[in-house]
Design a protein around this ligand. Sequence first.
Ligand code: HSE
Length: 309
Amino acid sequence: MNEIRIFVPATIANISCGFDVLGLCLDSVGDEMIIKKTIKKGITISKVIGQELPLDPNKNVAGVAANALLKNLTVDFGFDIVIIKNIKPGSGIGSSAASSAGAVFGINEILGKPFSLKELIPFAMEGEKLASGSAHADNVAPAILGGFTLIRSYEPLEVIKIHTPKELYATIIHPQIEIKTIDSRSVVKKEVPLQTAVKQLGNLGGLISGLYTEDYNLIGNSLHDEIAEPYRSILIPEFENIKKECIKNGALGSGISGSGPSIFALCRGKENAEKVSRGMKQVYNKTAIAFDIHVSKINERGIKILETK
Ligand code: HSE
């Protein structure tokens, strides 16, 4: 194989109760990437379409992740990367994760899969580190593995793929304001009172149990965030009104997608997810802020190969 074109999905990290450990993969939103073998060794990024991002591979998350992978192999050729960026940086749906995950996935495929999908995660995390100053895995893991993923441990890294209930859909509203993950992380308190930790642990256990047993009420009851949302929600216009509207329209629950500003709702069935999207729209139509809305099934496969040559 000399060339691969892939669809790299957007992701929702945290999912309210799983700060830095839980994530899910979306189906209808994502970037495309084209990766080609080159005679010249090393990584080049020849084009980024759709967004203003650096082409220098040391300054672009895709280049950093790709180089982290190549450090572990001996190859006497290089790779060129083209990124067709549909996920806006600073949107909270895993823009940097998609570029990082796509780069390592594509190169690994061209090389005949020297690494397993799980082994690619630490390389992609290097891209996240460049983007946000922290090597969190809760976006790159679901982008690469698909479905819901849990980071059981960071040191050593242990990632578990969690069962996806068949009727689960996500609705996401992305207000067109940019919140950098690095800034959004800085507002979260470094210490958590015991009572807060107890609540968060109960909800995280409840959500995992609800996913495995396809208990939609339990999933909804568990979607609360005691750790990041109280501080981050202040940065997001109409956050409380959106949450109220989601519940009014039958969503199981809702919260901040990753580090924001996107807000997600989990819903049972596509029809409900679309009703929730109409409710979200009504709230933001009353403001002057532009927004995008996505309704997506949970993507259980992760990155998709579109073409190989
Ligand atoms: N877990 C990370 C955070 C996700 O909340 O900062 C960033 O997308």
